[in-house]
Design a protein around this ligand. Sequence first.
Ligand SMILES: Nc1nc2c(c(=O)[nH]1)N[C@@H](CN(C=O)c1ccc(C(=O)N[C@@H](CCC(=O)O)C(=O)O)cc1)CN2
Ligand SMILES: NCC(=O)N[C@@H]1O[C@H](COP(=O)([O-])[O-])[C@@H](O)[C@H]1O
Length: 295
Amino acid sequence: MEAQSVALQGYIHGALSSLQTRKTDVSAKFPKPFSSETRCSFQSICSSTKRALRCRSSVEKIEYKGVFDTEEDNPKSKVSFKKLAVFVSGGGSNFRSIYEATLNGSVHGDIVALVTNKHDCGGAEYARGKGIPVILFPPRKGAEEVFSADDLVTALRSYKVDFVLLAGYLKLIPTELIKAYQKAILNIHPSLLPAFGGKGYYGMKVHRAVIASGARYSGPTVHYVDEEYDTGRILAQRVVAVLADDTAEKLAARVLDEEHKLYVEVCSALCDERIIWREDGVPLIQSKHDPSHYL
Ligand SMILES: Nc1nc2c(c(=O)[nH]1)N[C@@H](CN(C=O)c1ccc(C(=O)N[C@@H](CCC(=O)O)C(=O)O)cc1)CN2
Ligand SMILES: NCC(=O)N[C@@H]1O[C@H](COP(=O)([O-])[O-])[C@@H](O)[C@H]1O
């Protein structure tokens, strides 16, 4: 374990912040995941008649202060808050929309770590600005210390991560992580899988292939991650019409808008434990408002 904790040094870039007043660069050490820091986001949640202020410790479960009309209104009767790790390789717009959803209460979770293979990508910079620890995986080629897939699992476990969300991450997730987080790793892909998925299908390459194919519909897919690219169980999709005069860029922009909405909806269901597995192995999302209805 000691060797592992030493190995983790140098790959955790980020800044811990305590109420955004003190930032400590933790690049040289593997930070204790907010062991004593408490991040309070005073957020007013307007229920039907009462307002509730919440203050959550990053380590402890949510403690709700406030008065609620009914047990149903009392979030304490709900499932526990979940800890999320997001993996990015680029600008991170999906990461940012999920982060904002955790702040506005749409997603009952906390992003406790960001993982990237590009230490200077937009998503990593945004995470550092919000005090979210950034983990570099895989490390740069030729890096001195080894930071293995097992080390990554150790790091995520130390942050008590419940779910892993891939959002524009362009590397193959190793088997060690898939085994450690079974039915707990999701990915968003910018086409209606199984079409236009697999090795070589990422970013604008996907949208160019869709346009070239003459397909009349495209749209984002959220799926569980298995050992291969884009072959895991499909959880949710949205349809975007492909227009006769579409360019790949215009299509990409419309699909990305739908991605932001879809991923937040899926993360909300994930954190609320509203994912139901059908007997044939197909995962379904239970409606927030009517449990007998599936999205
Ligand atoms: N084990 C898994 N890992 C990953 C999955 C997955 O489903 N299972 N999804 C991808 C995300 N993705 C599509 O949604 C995807 C990402 C990258 C590629 C790809 O071909 N990558 C290139 C390298 C690109 C680069 O380094 O710039 C490659 O492997 O040659 C395909 C699909 C994330 N990981
Ligand atoms: N095959 C993986 C893939 O192509 N993922 C795609 O990368 C983009 C990341 O954008 P973002 O960094 O702004 O979230 C998104 O469109 C996502 O669907």
